[in-house]
Design a binder for this molecule. Structure first.
Ligand code: PBG
Length: 351
């Protein structure tokens, strides 16, 4: 081991470059990391991590109807689109170089029930949207969310009985939902509910029906987080009672994230995800060191809202903060980033 004690360092440098001190007017400074920061070209050459448009996945909200888009109040710049307008948005994203979108539905109240029955309606909003997108922009990857909350009259990710969230009964419904999405043409299904065993059951169901090439992007380490508030506004999907702490993870736990990731990998996940991202960069880092699978991070709605709100006040430089924030996720180890800023970033990355 080298010692990093300053005097030893000085000796080492002196041995390697005996003449350097004599050419410097301030001989006491021996190490000059600033040399590598001198110009932008040089900084670019030695940059360790780079945010690329290929890293981005664009989450989008779809609603029933025609010719409408509604801005989400707590997510300025984000809209719920009817399918016709959603297709324009997807086309634009693709033209900007974004390779994948993640779809989330706003389900009308009268279609919600405790069992999330609408979630596996083959003619439902999401299957219809997937078919239309695959027809309009065949090359863009479509990722569908597998969870009951947008379809649940209780606003929970699972079937509720006596105030408790049932696990295995819910997983059976998730498998049906995933199958309907695969049949519609989804490239990846993304279970985001944190029920135990769902990845394995979904993988088996897909394989049994021949959908061997439909991938699973597993929300492996998904925390019970207050950062999801604006998303629940967007989909009108907030829990009607209690919270999600009996299924989503406790914010204080890190080892448990590794356990969840191991289970999802064993059950057949193709990509693992950490969510939220910003307050969980340490988890992204640990998971990246733990697995060879691609690691995704979800820059969630609350993270988006905080930047938008501060920028609207003129308190921060929005573009710079977006780039710095997403770069921190790459540096932590994320290969892929789900972000509502995807289009903005794609534009910023164009040189
Ligand atoms: C639900 C789901 C949530 C998000 C994605 N899928 C919310 C929740 O778990 O309550 C949140 C995304 C965001 O906040 O941007 N299965």
């Amino acid at each position: 081991m080298f010692s990093t004690d300053a005097s030893t360092l000085e000796n080492q440098v002196a041995q390697v470059e005996p003449s350097s001190a004599s050419k410097s007017s301030s001989a006491s400074v021996v190490c000059r990391p600033r040399r590598l920061r001198r110009t932008e070209t040089l900084r670019r050459m030695v940059r360790e991590h780079t945010l690329r448009v290929e890293d981005l996945i664009y989450p989008l909200f779809v609603m029933v109807g025609e010719g409408q888009q509604e801005e989400v109040a707590s997510m300025p710049g984000c809209y719920r689109y009817t399918l016709d307008l959603l297709l324009n948005e997807v086309q634009q994203a693709y033209q900007l170089g974004i390779g994948a979108i993640a779809l989330f539905p706003l389900i009308p109240c009268d279609q919600k029930d405790n069992a999330g029955t609408e979630s596996y309606n083959p003619d439902g909003l999401i299957p219809g949207a997937v078919r239309a997108i695959k027809q309009a922009v065949p090359d863009i990857l479509v990722i569908t969310d597998v969870a009951l909350d947008p379809y649940s009259s209780e606003g929970h990710d699972g079937i509720v009985q006596d105030g408790k969230i049932l696990n295995d009964e819910t997983v059976a419904v998730l498998a049906k939902q995933a199958l309907v999405q695969a049949e519609a043409g989804a490239d990846f299904v993304a279970p985001s509910d944190m029920m135990d065993g769902r990845v394995g059951v979904i993988r088996k169901a897909l394989d049994a029906e021949g959908w061997i090439n439909v991938g699973i992007l597993a929300y492996s380490a998904k925390y019970a987080s207050a950062y999801y508030g604006p998303f629940r506004d967007a989909l009108d999907s907030a829990p009607k009672f209690g919270d999600k702490k009996t299924y989503q993870m406790d914010a204080a736990n890190a080892r448990e994230a590794i356990k969840e990731v191991d289970l999802d990998i064993a059950e057949g996940a193709d990509i693992v995800m950490v969510k939220p991202a910003l307050a969980y960069l340490d988890i992204i880092c640990q998971i990246k060191q733990h697995t060879n699978l691609p690691v995704a991070a979800y820059n969630v709605s609350g993270e988006y809202a905080m930047i938008k709100a501060a920028a609207a006040q003129g308190w921060i430089d929005e573009k710079k903060v977006i780039l710095e924030t997403l770069t921190s996720m790459k540096r932590a180890g994320a290969d892929l980033i789900l972000t509502y800023f995807a289009k903005d970033v794609a534009l910023m990355l164009r040189r």
